[in-house]
Design a protein around this ligand. Structure first.
Ligand code: NAD
Length: 254
């Protein structure tokens, strides 16, 4: 059990990578605070953790809403007395070249993908500073470091998250807090499946184009990212600070 007696709050844990991570962390002994905007999805994650014998509560909050996020942090601390791990995972996709993106769509992705990392951190870091311990995992993407067609707004948010991670690490290292980033490649989640259905007539063509960008022959799965998150959340990564951890089958170097 690599997360025994740890309390982990995961944003966007009702689906995809967040859900997979919540299930894995619970199986490794953690108590989980499942956050999502969508109550049905969040409840489903809690149900699955409960069925497997784990402990989880659902706290609904929009990660872009300061008051909702403040209340979520307060309720999580009331319920469990501490938060050891914060996984800022919630995010949305954005497609299009810069001149094709409407200003309101630009603002929305900036808000969810960047403010959605800032706000949970803002309300949970002071608690971690007091305890002089904590691990924060921020969800970036390999597009923070490589140019990928028609991802302007999305890449901008994930680059910002990577820069924010490094800055946070420097500020909070004196308080025993580690802050690292995950940089997944294409991972088969509802988020990606919807995009592929919209963008390609032939699913085989979509899969072939993804594999062409990777060194690996395999397709990335939510469990692959969950295992990397587990490493960053556990004490096994105690000397890993401000790091970008690629989980992309070699996309960056392919
Ligand atoms: P997903 O759509 O399957 O899950 C995202 C979850 O976040 C959903 O349950 C959604 O309801 C929730 N959410 C959205 N807006 C929210 C908000 N304002 N407040 C709270 N919850 C909100 O997506 P996923 O593929 O699992 O992606 C998770 C994260 O991983 C995202 O940050 C995404 O950018 C990142 N990522 C995904 C991939 C990929 O290929 N799937 C690759 C790199 C990075």
């Amino acid at each position: 059990m690599r997360l025994r007696e740890k309390v982990c709050l995961i944003t966007g844990a009702g689906s995809g990578i967040g859900q997979s991570t919540a299930l894995l962390f619970a199986a490794e002994g953690a108590e989980i605070v499942v956050n999502d905007l969508d109550a049905d999805k969040g409840a489903e994650t809690v149900r699955r953790i409960g069925e497997a014998g784990g402990t989880a509560v659902f706290l609904q909050a929009d990660v872009t809403n300061p008051e909702e996020v403040r209340l979520m942090a307060e309720r999580a601390l009331e319920r469990f007395g501490r938060i050891d791990v914060l996984f800022n995972n919630a995010g949305i996709s954005g497609v299009g070249r810069l001149h094709e993106i409407e200003p309101d769509v630009w603002d929305r992705i900036m808000s969810i993908n960047i403010k959605g990392v800032y706000l949970p951190s803002k309300y949970i870091v002071p608690h971690m500073m007091e305890r002089k311990r904590g691990a924060i995992i921020n969800m970036s993407s390999c597009v923070a470091e490589i140019g990928l067609a028609r991802r302007a707004s999305y890449a901008a948010t994930k680059g910002a998250v990577l820069a924010l991670t490094k800055s946070m690490q420097v500020d909070y290292a004196p308080f025993g807090i580690r802050v690292n980033a995950l940089l997944p490649g294409t991972i088969f989640t509802p988020f990606v499946e919807q995009y592929l259905h919209r963008s390609y007539d032939d699913p085989e063509e979509a899969i072939a184009s993804i594999k062409k960008r990777q060194l690996s022959e395999e397709l990335g799965l939510p469990e692959d990212v969950a295992k990397a998150a587990l490493f960053l959340a556990s004490d096994e990564s105690s000397f890993v600070m401000g790091a970008p951890l690629y989980v992309d089958g070699g996309v960056v170097f392919g």
